[in-house]
Design a protein. Structure first.
Length: 537
């Protein structure tokens, strides 16, 4: 099959035609496999669903919500919409009606595929979303709709590398924003188009080269993203897998269970696991430490964290427990795609980006910063087109500098004397205390290295003297023996300047995180600011 465009539907269909009998998708719930699909199966079912969407009135460029848990329906619907040249929209399944209303209206959503339990929430807002013409419920209705349709390909106009992909941000620093990508740019920025030159896999220059890559099995792996598919990182892992002939393994349980995940890695011979920071990785490490002999990890090659950085202590624990497995931190964003791997400085343990020629750090006037200065991390090359429906935000995040378009989403970084780039954190979450900037991620990584702490979120609250006060909201490994504040402060002072050490410590049963696994700073700030909250110690 000849592929002439870097279009996600074309690329998937080329892979499916090349390795039709390869296992493409495995879904497991509570340790029991519920779905196995070959590439031929997945291609046929997504064809049927594309016909369903067309019969419902969905056309090219229409936005369609995926309001779903992890499962086969999410993958099939995403592929079906690509085939139709429509645009899947990731919708957070924890959203309440007001939040749903925002994203449905902002995107101009024409249809949504949802879980049966969420139908009442959509009904509550439907009168406010005039564009919405179809609600397809997962389960029996979904299966019946597929059975009634043809398994053949759609008859339509030519697809293109210019077809749209949209990823709504998590809204951690404001309302979610729809980041609009061309298929071709997304493929090279986040889905493997750049290849892996260090592994002898060159960057693609022609779409048809994907067939040779799949035939050779260059990048075929069994991958397991341990986070919701509504998270861009998990969705990208899914697409990376399906565009290289590998098998995507999904845990469809409603709540993360480390032991179930480890059993799934073992039984399905998973090679790559994606986690989101310590929230997922620490329970995995603890479960392995309790009973290492129980879990066969011989297939595992890589644990990759995206969206949140692993603390040094958890990374070291995993490396000690899993000899020969690469444990890596990756950097990326909805507005940049993958930006590379992170390493810790041998001098002070700070996080540094292994950057390429498409990376820069700019000051507020969009000029490259001098060594020792702080600026905003930027990326050029294959980047998004815009934010959906927001020209002002598009102009500030995607500026053109000396004829080159850049993505500058707001991560702060410092350029070192040797050219290394040290990451500091998202500027919108930084804390200004007495004129000094404190980056929550840096403090959290230190706190999570303390043996008695399970998780930590660091925020700033109003302070009459210093403007903001640094507060740590923490959960303990053992409720019977919570950490002692004096010991926590002493530990932090070994690794942080005094102004970065939290002045107030709050112990909670667990630290709230978004469905994506990212920090829920709004929740932590509410807890920290509540005058009725009793501080630790």
């Amino acid at each position: 099959m000849l592929v002439v465009e870097f279009n996600l539907a074309d690329l998937f269909e080329a892979v499916a035609a090349t390795v039709p009998d390869n296992e493409a998708l495995v879904c497991s719930a509570a340790g029991q496999v519920t779905v196995r699909r070959t590439y031929a199966d997945l291609d046929e079912r997504s064809n049927r669903l594309a016909h369903v969407f067309r019969a419902e009135g969905i056309r090219a460029h229409d936005f369609v919500g995926l309001h779903l848990y992890n499962g086969a329906e999410f993958i099939e619907a995403m592929l079906a919409l690509f085939k139709l040249r429509a645009v899947p929209v990731n919708v957070n399944y924890r959203s309440v009606p007001d939040e749903l209303r925002y994203i449905f209206v902002d995107s101009g959503m024409r249809a949504v595929v949802t879980e049966p339990e969420f139908v009442p929430s959509i009904a509550a807002i439907r009168n406010d979303v005039p564009a919405l013409i179809s609600v397809l419920r997962a389960g029996a209705d979904y299966s019946a709709a597929l059975t009634a349709q043809s398994a053949g390909p759609l008859e339509q106009g030519a697809r293109s590398g210019d077809d749209m992909y949209v990823l709504y941000t998590g809204g951690t620093t404001g309302s979610p924003k729809g980041v609009v990508w061309r298929h071709e740019d997304l493929y090279f920025a986040a889905l493997g188009g750049r290849g892996r030159p260090s592994k002898g896999v060159p960057m693609l220059t022609e779409p048809d080269q994907i067939i040779d890559r799949v035939r050779r099995g260059d990048l075929i792996m069994r991958r397991l993203p341990l986070c919701p598919l509504i998270h861009g990182g998990a969705m990208w892992v899914a697409l990376q897998t399906l565009l290289t002939g590998g098998a995507l393994i999904l845990d469809t349980g409603r709540h993360f269970d480390a032991e179930i995940a480890l059993d799934l890695i073992s039984s399905e011979r998973v090679a790559l696991v994606m986690v989101i920071g310590d929230g997922t990785a620490r329970p995995l490490a603890d479960a392995l430490a309790r009973d290492r002999a129980r879990f066969d990890m011989s297939s595992l090659q890589v644990i990759a964290s995206a969206g949140a950085v692993l603390s040094a202590s958890v990374k070291s624990q995993l490396q000690a427990l899993l000899s020969g497995v690469s444990v890596v931190d990756t950097l990326g964003a909805s507005e940049t795609g993958g930006q590379g791997h992170l390493r810790r400085s041998d001098i002070d343990g700070s996080l540094q980006l292994i950057a390429d020629v498409d990376t820069a750090v700019f000051d507020d006037e969009l000029r490259p910063v001098a060594p020792g200065q702080i600026g905003r991390l930027a990326r050029s090359g294959n980047i998004p087109l815009r934010y959906h429906g927001d020209a002002e935000k598009t102009a500030s995040t995607f500026p053109t500098i000396d004829g080159v378009r850049w993505s500058v989403p707001g991560d702060l970084a410092r350029v070192e004397g040797d050219g290394a780039i040290t990451l500091l954190g998202r500027g919108s979450t930084s804390i200004n205390t007495g004129g000094e900037k404190v980056f929550p991620e840096e403090v959290e990584n230190v706190i999570k290295g303390y043996p008695a702490v399970f998780d930590a979120l660091v925020v700033g609250i109003d302070d009459e003297r210093f403007g903001e006060q640094v507060v740590a909201v923490i959960s303990s490994r053992s409720q019977a023996e919570p950490p002692v504040v004096a010991d926590l402060v002493a530990y932090c002072r070994l690794h942080l300047s005094g102004y970065k050490v939290p002045r107030k410590w709050i112990l909670v049963d667990h630290c709230e995180r978004l469905p994506t696994g990212k920090a829920h700073y709004k929740w932590a700030r509410t807890i920290a600011s509540d005058p009725t909250t009793r501080p630790l110690g």
